[in-house]
Design a protein around this ligand. Sequence first.
Ligand SMILES: [Zn+2]
Length: 613
Amino acid sequence: MRLAKAYEPKKYETDIYSLWEKNGAFKPTMRPSTGVGGTKRTFSLAAPPPNANANLHIGYALTVAIEDAIVRYRRMKGDKTLFIPGADHAGFETWVVYEKELAKKGKSRFDYSREELYRQVWDFVEKNKHNLESQMRAMGASVDWERFVYTLDNRVVSTTYDSFQKMWEEGLIYRGKRIVNYCTFHGTGFADIEVVHEREKTKLWHIAYPLVEGDGPSTSLGVKEVIIATTRPETKLGQSALMVHPKDKRYQHLVGKKVNQPLVPDSPIPIIADEYVEMDFGTGVVTVTPGHDPNDFEVAQRHKLPAIELITTEGKMSDNVPPPFRGLPVQKARTSILAALEEGGYLREVKDYVHSVAKCYRCGTPIEPLLREQWFISMQPLADKAIKALRAGKINFLPESKKDQTIRYLQEVKDWNISRQIAWGIPVPAFVNVDDGGDWIFNSDVSQEAIKVGDKTYHRDPDVFDTWFSSGHWPLVTLDFPKGEDFKQFYPLSLMETGGEILYQWVARMIMLGLYLTNKVPFSDVYIHGYVLAQDGAKMSKSLGNVIDPFELIERYGSDALRAGLLTGRRPAVNQGYHPAKIKAARNFANKLWNIARYIEGKIGDEPINRGD
Ligand SMILES: [Zn+2]
């Protein structure tokens, strides 16, 4: 054959890829035939599973480029190299996409049972999974397709269940009412790191709380009331206390006294002292609202104060507030509470104020911190082990700074809420006694709504696990923990390569869970990559219209050009712009190689060379 004048990747890439695949080139075998002679080393890497619900984006193209380059290098050196692909059911992310699909059909999640929804989303994701596989192939990822793992595969579910059960039996899992970041629109709770914070203009309202008569002569105290400052008047319908800083000289003499709550009759509350208070915020006196503020919740635990639920999961005022306000949506309640405070003469001052508001990262609804019964993991024992391993240098980080960052995160990690109130995900394998809300049992038969044990009936927890709980087991499930051949041969993985934005959610959790279940770190090296930004350094986003589709680039320049172009000049953990010139340069380089081959072909022809000559 005579090679064409210019290299046209489109004509060859698919065929070359299937040739490799058919010949088992991506299998983890020793390769003495490479000419290097083969080594006794193994090298293993499990690709971060992309969301099964979407097309692969340019960030994932970078992931593939980095990982595949390392994998091919290792393979060519003769290492027994394993590269495992996968896909993530991406609980909440997928759920949001599917809800939009439903909306297009004029339907919503309320039209179906949980089981029906689960099946529908399953089919929806199945369709996309194949799409995802062909896109991975187009990118040239030299993964072992027979080892593909989907995060809802049986082995993932059973490993997750075993781990949950083990933690339960060892007292690391508990059921607790805790403040959860709750989106009242999506009806689900979020981890702290899933919440976005936005600066917003608001008001700081100053409200007077009269001291209780007879609780010491008010003249001797020199005051008749205490004024607090708040940005959330709607939560002032059921406080547990007022609090001041113990060192605040203005209020020390009032600690231990009681005040009346302006709009709540006959409900005196104490004034307490706690270091949590910032003396220079407002008047230096704040209310304690344990039912709707995570910090106040901790204060209340320290001081043994009750937590009153004032707002419901629908974002309305609960039955625990005085009658005129019950059932009002939060915003409306705010208006009428302010009017009532004004009328009663309790509203003293209103100031402009800028603060940070927590919002749902999908729909922008302000997050309502609510008390919910949830499953929690006690993180301290897991984190301590991880910190020790990291300090002992058991894992190399590139860049090194990410290790310190991970340690700092682990030192302050809060207990992990692993419950999610959506239908799409791995069901929590726990059942509650219908007659005793405190009586929970473990049972992995989640296909049952209810089970009988003796004469007791137990109902399944309707919640599913946080996606990160199952994907925190990724190095284990991809290697078929605990008994699989791959696990024996390849654990711990040689490398974990991923984006810096999931260092805490994912990398830190894999380390903790890996150590917990195997006493070994789950990988030896961590490489963190940054974002691929737009050319001008802005973040790529649909709303800005600056999203680059990697498959258009592959179509035009070929996958080698895309990969080399993305890799050129890239540094770990640094967000860097996308430069079309680099892709073109890589295309030209590929063409140069083609021309070299063409030149040789012209000189010696294309007959196979007989080594014996
Ligand atoms: Zn939301």
